[in-house]
Design a protein. Structure first.
Length: 68
């Protein structure tokens, strides 16, 4: 897939997840990584999957560095 199209689709999906999880960035990222069902299954919390927890921490670290 074209990188531009991939970025557009990914950003739309992330926007949908942000709406689904009431603007909670960490939950939206967890759902992006592990799936919406996993976040819902775990009580609307970040699932206890090391890969997902590391992904959320890493992306939020980048995000916090950019908004300074």
């Amino acid at each position: 897939m074209e990188p531009k199209v991939n970025a557009q689709i990914g950003s739309r999906y992330l926007a949908d997840l942000l709406r689904m999880f009431d603007g909670d960035k960490e939950l939206a990222l967890a759902a992006y990584n592990a799936g919406e069902g996993a976040v819902i299954k775990h009580g609307r919390r970040i699932p206890p999957y090391p890969e997902t927890q590391q992904y959320v921490a890493r992306v939020m670290g980048f995000y916090r560095a950019l908004i300074r």
